[in-house]
Ligand binder design. Sequence first.
Ligand code: HEC
Length: 179
Amino acid sequence: MDSTEVNKGMAAILIAGIVFFLTGWLSDNLIHDAKPEHEVLKIEVAAKAEAAAGPAKAEELAPVAPLLAKADAASGEGVVKKLCVACHTVAEGGKAGVGPNLYGVVGAARGHMEGFNYSAAVKGKAGNWSYEDLNAWLAKPTAFAPGTRMAFAGIKSAEQRADVIVYLRALSHNPIPLP
Ligand code: HEC
């Protein structure tokens, strides 16, 4: 290494130092002041997204039981064909897709499909798929089972959820009784 190369090296280090110092100074002095506005904006956007996807907590949902008697399985089938079959099959013995087959899921244990690789969020959640659990799950999967792999925002309308649930209930040789 001759001395010009050493000098070039030194110059490079010096320039890097100056750039580092300047960007630090610039971000401290120029960008810092603007920060609070950005934070406020972010919170507003998050709050709006929350509102669009339905209530944040499962407990805030009204019970679905009173809606089930009037619910329409045919309309539920339409919703499932539109929103769910990209990831789920519904026929008895159907293969898993991105999500498990849904035949016989109502009333069954969580993670009811043999051999499907469920998340711990679903598999580890106590209880069976009751009507109210399905209602909360379909309203907002990530609120019912935080960490779930079901990438689905949720169904906002309580009536539509009831329709879907009575349709799913019928996917069985032995549907569980309506409440
Ligand atoms: C983007 C793909 C995707 C869409 C769309 C989707 N699901 Fe899922 N679903 C999944 C995945 C993945 C799982 C497994 C979740 C886990 O293990 O965390 C799952 C799990 C489930 C379960 C639990 C099954 C069990 O055996 O415990 C039910 C019930 C369910 N989905 C119903 C629905 C319904 C009804 C719809 C439509 C309204 C729907 N899903 C839309 C991917 C999807």
